[in-house]
Design a protein around this ligand. Structure first.
Ligand code: NAP
Length: 262
């Protein structure tokens, strides 16, 4: 299947690790011109080198803290200047705090929403003028199944994700007339560094081992395991491609069946 991504410019926030990194590799393998953004320079450079080694295409690496508006503006400007525009944005930033509700502090809530909810919204806002100037584009927000399947020990994630689902669907309505599609992807557990943090929090709250917390968590997934980052990346790349040209304003569950509502 020709995905029609050759030569497209794709910016992936959170592209140095996890789902974002797997997505950057998948876009590069399809012939896209890729930019990756994250805070740590060393991790970005390592990811860029690994992607170049496997695709012979080196991504542009942008150091950016997406909680800082000035840095997001500079990141988008750098991508437009260096790569000539932006066709695709994948937002793969976000890590919300979990745990017992009464133990979550004001700061936990502020930081969770500042990164996951407002960080993704901010990146969308910054790329839209460049996409409109090009006559179209695609935004894929990586959200998470807690937006539709609430969990009392993952409330900041659930609140941020529910907000992002609403934002994604609403923005799609507005941007369709500019030829811009906006979609979301809802993973459940994915084998990344974040997942270990989730299991550790769960273990602490329940007073059980991390291994037992992991087993209980994964037992909620009908397919019985966490996804590999590449399995989420494939869905993202398809949604960003020409083959999904009539898909917008929706959120696709890539969650092993974990979401039990429509
Ligand atoms: N893994 C899961 O089980 C799972 C499940 C459902 C949803 N999700 C969602 O999927 C997305 C990706 O998760 P992941 O598991 O792939 O995460 P991950 O492996 O922890 O990677 C996070 C990426 O985001 C970057 N990042 C973190 N804070 C940032 C900031 N302030 N500004 C810019 N970049 C920042 C990190 O690099 P630096 O630290 O260097 O900045 C890294 O590149 C998140 O939105 C997450 O909520 C994940």
């Amino acid at each position: 299947m020709n995905l029609g991504l050759e030569g497209k410019v794709a910016l992936i926030t959170g592209g140095s690790r996890g789902i974002g990194r797997a997505t950057a590799l998948a876009f590069a393998a399809e012939g896209a011109r890729v930019a990756i953004a994250a805070r740590e320079r060393a991790a970005l450079d390592e990811a860029a080198a690994a992607i170049e080694a496997s695709t012979r295409r080196r991504p542009l690496a942008c150091v950016c803290d997406c909680t800082r508006p000035d840095e997001v503006t500079a990141m988008v400007r750098a991508v437009v200047e260096r790569l000539g525009g932006i066709d695709i944005l994948v937002n793969s930033i976000g890590a919300a705090r979990g745990g017992d509700f009464l133990e979550l502090t004001e700061r936990d809530w502020d930081e969770s929403l500042a990164l996951k909810l407002l960080g993704q919204i901010r990146c969308c806002r910054e790329v839209l003028p460049a996409m409109r100037a090009r006559g179209g584009g695609v935004i894929v927000n990586v959200i998470g199944h807690r937006g539709k399947q609430p969990d009392g020990r993952a409330l900041p994630a659930g609140v941020a994700n529910a907000g992002l689902i609403n934002f994604t669907m609403g923005l799609a309505q507005e941007e369709a007339r500019h030829g811009i599609r906006v979609v979301g992807v809802n993973p459940a557990p994915v084998e990344t560094r974040r997942l270990r943090d989730v299991f550790e929090t769960e273990a602490r709250v329940l007073g059980i081992s991390v291994e037992e917390a992991g087993r209980r968590w994964l037992s909620q997934v009908p397919l019985g395991r966490a996804a590999r980052p590449e399995e989420i990346a494939d869905v993202i790349v398809f949604l960003a491609s020409e083959r999904a040209s009539f898909v917008t304003g929706t959120v696709v569950h890539a969650d092993g069946g974990a979401t039990r509502c429509l």
